[in-house]
Write a protein that binds this ligand. Structure first.
Ligand SMILES: CC(C)(COP(=O)(O)OP(=O)(O)OC[C@H]1O[C@@H](n2cnc3c(N)ncnc32)[C@H](O)[C@@H]1OP(=O)(O)O)[C@@H](O)C(=O)NCCC(=O)NCCS
Length: 432
């Protein structure tokens, strides 16, 4: 897998920013001053409080694994805060039938003093060109706002559900499962969440690999975590004693009532029984009025596990954003549950995915993708955003056609859905 840190800064973005008197360069993670300046600028960009010295020290290690870029006023000394930040790394992205390398982008900030001068555009286009130059076929991110990234070809491809359960009326209608749920300390929780995610991420399209700092934070162990002691952990062992699920959660008192809201911070279950057992633990917890969980897949069984479905409120929102850069490499990296043979005409203002492509899926589910002459008549006309929305199997072609995003016949859209559909709803269980 490509090490993003070995890919040089994009010359076109460097030139564009230099024309504004700005320097676009790598952060030197061997320098405490440069790293600290990046972390503090990043926190300011996301409207967080300024990190403590302890938090800066704790966050430094996860920065070292990434390709960190800052934009600086010209000729400032090392340790000056950048006026814009971005970082990236290459991670496996699970797709139906396998994995594909994905260029993950994070920490996109532009300081309030330099907004709306095209700096974010230079950063994003620079990341996409860097990814393409390294042969990485797809880019991904999670977004603070849903209106920023489609101009660069990204689509909300992996929706997520936020679930809220009124436990006073929910009841329980789920099965009794063998095995047991047990409390664990935070160190064990960190370890179990990491190990389970490595399995869980291969089970659904849309997932990416986690990293140690993420599980440390989920378990309340990252340095300077403000609510660390409020986090608790349980895990599920199956009848043979194997750990198949774990959950980090927090209880908050509803002021003065001695009743509580239980907020699930992260739930990882690699078997159906593990999920049922952990949901049951939460929904039937004493003294709890409500249970909430974010980043659940759209086909989470919770609605069918309770006696009163009206106790479960599900809010679906955009979460994982994808951007296809290399059409043949991306489309042939996944498998398809039904055959297909059509010509796609893809419009891409940034050029990466533009062209006409014949996509042929055989009975074995494997795809071949070849460029065809632009004079060939196309069965489907779509832009890079729409192609990226379809890619992981989480968005329907029929729905996109109804929204005017996909030009094709109704039966072709239905065939695309048959071929692109993922058996289980795609999921991205983390923010990055
Ligand atoms: C979002 C942010 C990075 C934009 O930076 P910027 O340098 O001001 O953006 P640019 O000047 O390059 O604008 C590029 C385009 O995005 C649009 N845009 C910028 N911010 C936007 C926003 N918040 N919502 C919608 N559109 C936005 C601009 O209008 C411009 O559109 P155009 O190219 O079609 O004319 C910046 O406002 C920021 O740091 N916000 C806080 C942190 C954050 O939310 N980061 C995103 C993390 S996922």
């Amino acid at each position: 897998m490509t090490d993003a840190r070995s890919v040089p800064v994009d010359p076109a973005s460097a030139e564009r920013l230099a024309a504004q008197g700005l320097t676009y360069r790598f952060i030197d993670t061997a320098s405490d001053a440069d790293t600290e300046a990046f972390l503090r600028a990043d926190a300011r960009g996301f409207l967080d409080s300024d990190p403590t010295a302890e938090q800066v020290t704790g966050d430094r290690s996860s920065l070292a694994d990434r390709r960190n870029i800052g934009v600086f006023e010209a000729d400032v000394p090392l340790g000056t805060w950048p006026i814009a930040t971005v970082n990236s790394w290459v991670t496996p992205l699970t797709v139906p039938g396998g994995e594909v390398d994905m260029w993950a982008i994070s920490s996109v900030t532009v300081s309030g003093t330099h907004r709306r001068r095209g700096i974010a555009r230079a950063l994003l286009e620079g990341e996409l060109r860097a990814a393409a130059s390294a042969g990485v076929p797809i880019a991904g991110l999670t977004a603070s706002e849903a209106t920023i990234y489609s101009r660069y070809g990204f689509a909300p491809a992996i929706p997520a559900a936020r679930v809220n359960i009124d436990t006073r009326r929910a009841g329980w209608a789920g099965p009794d499962v063998a095995g047991r749920v047990e409390y664990i300390d935070r160190e064990t929780l960190q370890e179990n969440l990491g190990t389970l995610h490595e399995v869980a991420r291969t089970q659904r399209s849309g997932q990416i690999a986690g990293w140690p700092g993420r599980w440390q934070r989920m378990a309340g162990l990252s340095a300077g975590h403000p609510n660390a002691t409020a986090l608790r952990g349980v895990r599920y062992r199956d009848a043979d004693g194997a750990v198949r699920g774990a959950m980090a959660y927090k209880l908050t008192e509803i002021s003065g009532s001695f009743r509580f809201d239980l907020e699930i911070q992260h739930l990882s279950a690699v078997t159906a029984d593990a999920l049922v057992a952990l949901w049951r633990f939460a929904v039937q917890h004493d003294l709890v009025n409500s249970v909430s969980a974010s980043l659940r897949p759209l086909d989470d069984p919770i609605t069918w596990l309770v006696a009163d479905q009206r106790a479960v409120h599900v809010n679906v929102h955009d979460h994982g954003w994808l951007r296809v850069l290399d059409v043949p490499a991306a489309l042939s990296a996944r498998s398809y549950p039904a055959p297909l043979d059509l010509v796609l005409r893809v419009d891409d203002p940034l050029g990466f995915a533009a062209g006409s492509w014949r996509l042929t899926v055989g009975d074995d589910g494997g795809a071949s993708v070849t460029p065809v002459d632009s004079a060939t008549s196309a069965d489907v006309t779509l832009d890079a955003v729409t192609l990226s929305a379809l890619y992981a199997g989480g968005v329907s072609a029929v729905q996109l056609r109804a929204a005017g995003r996909l030009e094709t016949q109704a039966d072709t859209a239905a065939s695309i859905d048959d071929a692109f559909r993922a058996a289980e709803a795609p999921l991205l269980a983390i923010w990055y």
